[in-house]
Design a protein around this ligand. Structure first.
Ligand SMILES: [Zn+2]
Length: 149
């Protein structure tokens, strides 16, 4: 986790989390022992923003997603239809019904191989069908009558 704290994705998520938070009246950082002051009535100073409950839950979620993706990158057959990444893929298909794997890879900001692994897992689970478009592109379609999530 410590290695992730500097990644742009995490920093962006933390900033968004803080922007969305409802600050209480305090101008002193709530982190024990910190003498820092906070801006705009935020509960934590900029050094301790990751202590914010919502920020830490977002960070945990991102860390979980990264572990999942790293696992599948090493072993594509370990992709499961119940994984968060699979659910994310389904959300994209709920919006668009059919998408090429290439496009899903762009939308999800994931390597094509990871998307392929999850698309196959979802096909085995009966949640999507995979076929090839007339232009030779692999694509995924949300299966009919499926409760996606
Ligand atoms: Zn602080």
């Amino acid at each position: 986790m410590a290695s992730m704290n500097g990644s742009p994705l995490v920093l962006r998520a933390v900033r968004a989390a803080v922007a969305a938070s409802k600050p209480k009246g305090s101008h002193k950082c709530l982190h024990p022992g910190c003498l820092g002051t906070t801006r705009e009535k935020k509960p934590y100073c900029s050094r301790h923003v990751h202590k914010h409950p919502y920020a830490s839950s977002v960070i945990a979620e991102i860390a979980h997603r990264e572990r999942e993706i790293n696992r599948v990158a090493c072993d594509p057959s370990s992709a499961r239809a119940g994984d968060g990444t699979a659910k994310e893929l389904l959300v994209h298909l709920i919006q668009a019904e059919t998408l090429t794997l290439k496009r899903l890879s762009r939308h999800m900001n994931l390597p094509l191989e990871i998307v392929q692994a999850y698309a196959s897992a979802l096909e085995r689970a009966g949640k999507v069908t995979l076929d090839r478009s007339s232009r030779g592109r692999d694509r995924a379609t949300l299966a009919r009558d499926v409760e996606p999530l």
